[in-house]
Design a protein around this ligand. Sequence first.
Ligand code: FES
Length: 507
Amino acid sequence: MNRDGNTTSFWQATTAAENSQSATEFAPQHFDTIIVGAGITGVTLAKELQNRGQKCLLIEKENVGFGTTGGTTAHINNFFDSSYDEVISDFGEYGAKTLASAAKDTIKYIKSNIIKYHISCEYNECSSFLFSAEEKQNDQLEKIFDSHQKVGIETVKVHNIPFSIPFENAIEIKGQAQFHPLRYINKLIKEFEREGGTIVSETQVTDFENRDGKVKVLTNSDHYFSANNLVWATHIPPGNNRFSVLLAPYRSYALTAKLDNPVAQMAQTADLFDPYHYVRYHKSNDDYFIIVGGFDHMTGDDGDTEQHFTDLTAYLDEHFKYNNIVAKWSSQYYVPADGLAYIGQMPGENNIYISTGYNGNGMTFGSMAALIIPDLMEGKTTPLSNLLSPARIKPVASARNVISEVFNATTHFVKDKFSAEKLKDLDLIAAGEGKIIKHDGDTIAAYRDMKSKLHLLSPVCPHTGCNVVWNPSEVTWDCPCHGSRFSIDGSLLNGPAMSDLKKIDQE
Ligand code: FES
């Protein structure tokens, strides 16, 4: 099973690749809904729409779980990176209660799928422990605790946590869950196909048009499909739209270590640093594991990505006894401008839908999309769909984040254009090294592989023209402006770009 980078996630390492069909095996045909992207959002939504009687096509550029779902740490929570005190402040108490209720419903929904389809995905329910690690975080924790009482998230103060991390104060948030995300979506896909759904993989959408209430999608194999509705389950929707500004791409780092002994209590925990560290136990057959994550940064903002794994390993060593590290990987997520996901109709396009901006809560928001979008397609709006509407305008809440993220993208756009290293001799690029260089008047993204072969590309991202930067851990070119990512041969790994980096002829 492939992922969008060089590292292998714990989930990817423990799941067999599924057979896939390419678009060439299907004659052009019309569907009720086409969903692009077979991560948790696309797969859950495809199954839910099918259950409501729709004929659906799921199109995946690579394989199921290729993107962030293959790289998540798979926490299923009824609280979010935007804490409920922040949601109350920005969206009001009614909005926060609406979100809390939907989050609880989403966990029930995931569980109901697991029961209904007999999904063996190492699911378990547990508590999550949030703690302050220094005095200045105590107030923040108290505010979170108070807001949970207001919105009805069952939370108590505790004196102990089931993790060997020192803390000042701690709260236990009950009713959380966790699972093996790829086993979950793989089984949903099987059920979707068994009941007549169509999935095509290794198929890239290269163009689309929306005319007279019908959407036509063109693929890289020159096949086209049409539908009444289109859903982009691909993070930032393609093209240059407002979501390029309202979402900021981040990288997070994770590793899994095998434990020598069973844990007394399955649980999750997180601190209140920025970026925060997050930890959870996982049980697979009779083996116990610990999964730790953190050391996040904006995509493209830190060239020394290996250092983040070093820091994460040091964090693991400092706090936990373990046998050996079995997986380490990084993954991309998107931070929304006002703190909440955007799930619903694309503004101005009443038959195109998006679901994005999950922050670090992709399993919950990705599944929640199935509780919102099918209703919208049936003409039903709810307080939840209004709250998460992509058309919402929250100027006060979003202003501070939008300004800083746009500033960051603009800074990259300008700075990266002038920061290429002048290099007369391409032989000076060492094996395993990737860098943006100026050579004979051209700016080039150059990488030499471990067999000494040189790969030369234009660094200009086809989305809106920022220069990509090198990610040595994932051996990819990442765009710092909106998070498009490319392999060493220029192939597109993640949008919002819709095409590859241009190759440069070495001659
Ligand atoms: Fe927008 Fe690269 S992703 S310019």
